[in-house]
Ligand binder design. Structure first.
Ligand SMILES: O=C(O)CCC(=O)C(=O)O
Length: 272
């Protein structure tokens, strides 16, 4: 067994330094900001420089306040970029999954991106950060189901990088107030058991879906942009025996989101 796998089995996670090409991460980050910038222009009338971090993020907050619905939909749209999904199936990712023991990895859920800031939450709600949880409850895949998490900006305690409880992946599936992402483990967990992770761009955290973890507290005025990739192992016997359950449900809206749209003329315009 490799030392990497031993460490992963023991602690439930490994933090790999300088693992991803910074340009690959920057492309994902840039694609997301460009998509937001297009809607920021529409909603606020402002053309923002996506590389002027504070100005761009202030424009994000303004967009959030002015058109929440469009903000939510744009937030969903940035989850669908080619760059993000290309990374999710990159051989470098496939190989690291194999190194920690997933002999036959398969995507567990769509690659996802988060942009955490208290300024992107309604009415002081805590929806921008996640309480202590185990991802297995939402994925319910193989027992060696694995998550890769990394920030697209340097991230330590102040900007709320993940906090994990080493070894907690071996303590079983814990009771939770929900099976979704809000809510969390109901048992009292000790603050001092959590380890605060810290990242430079390029570092990644690879962790068991049973590892107890939570969002850190982003006390800065900046957004903590991060990516999460989730995988199962097709060879894991209980996953096979349970018939490869897929607990993620993607479904279409039942109603037209833009009533009376499109007109025949609009369609003719597209195809003329
Ligand atoms: O990025 C975060 O703050 C939380 C992410 C997380 O815990 C998860 O995706 O399971």
């Amino acid at each position: 067994m490799s030392t990497l796998q031993e460490q992963f089995n023991n602690d439930g996670y490994v933090l790999l330094r300088n693992f991803l090409d910074k340009d690959i991460i920057n492309t994902i980050y840039t694609d997301a900001r460009k998509i937001f910038a297009a809607q920021i222009k529409r909603v606020t009338g402002k053309s923002v420089d996506i590389d002027d971090r504070d100005a761009f993020e202030n424009a994000m907050f303004e967009f959030f306040e002015k058109d929440f619905n469009a903000f939510v939909n744009t937030g969903k749209t940035v989850q669908h970029t080619f760059s993000l999904h290309r990374l999710g199936v990159d051989p470098i990712i496939e190989n690291v999954l194999k190194q920690v023991g997933l002999s036959n990895p398969i995507i567990g859920a769509r690659a996802a991106m988060q942009f955490n800031s208290r300024f992107l939450s309604k009415d002081g709600s805590k929806h921008w950060k996640l309480d202590a949880h185990q991802d297995w409850r939402t994925g319910q895949g193989s027992l060696d189901s694995t998550v890769i998490w990394f920030p697209m900006v340097d991230a330590g305690a102040d900007i709320g990088a993940l906090q994990v409880i080493p070894g907690s992946h071996k303590t079983g599936l814990r009771e939770s107030s929900t099976s979704g992402y809000q809510g969390g483990i109901t048992a009292e967990l000790k603050d001092e058991d959590f380890v605060q992770t810290e990242f430079q761009v390029g570092d990644i955290l690879v962790f068991s879906a049973f590892l107890i973890h939570q969002s850190g507290n982003n006390i800065t005025n900046n957004i903590r942009w991060s990516v999460q990739l989730r995988y199962n192992n097709l060879d894991e016997p209980t996953f096979i025996d349970r018939g490869y359950p897929m607990a993620y449900i993607y479904k279409p809206e039942t109603e037209l989101v833009t009533p009376d749209f499109p007109s025949v003329e609009q369609l003719k315009g597209v195809f003329s």
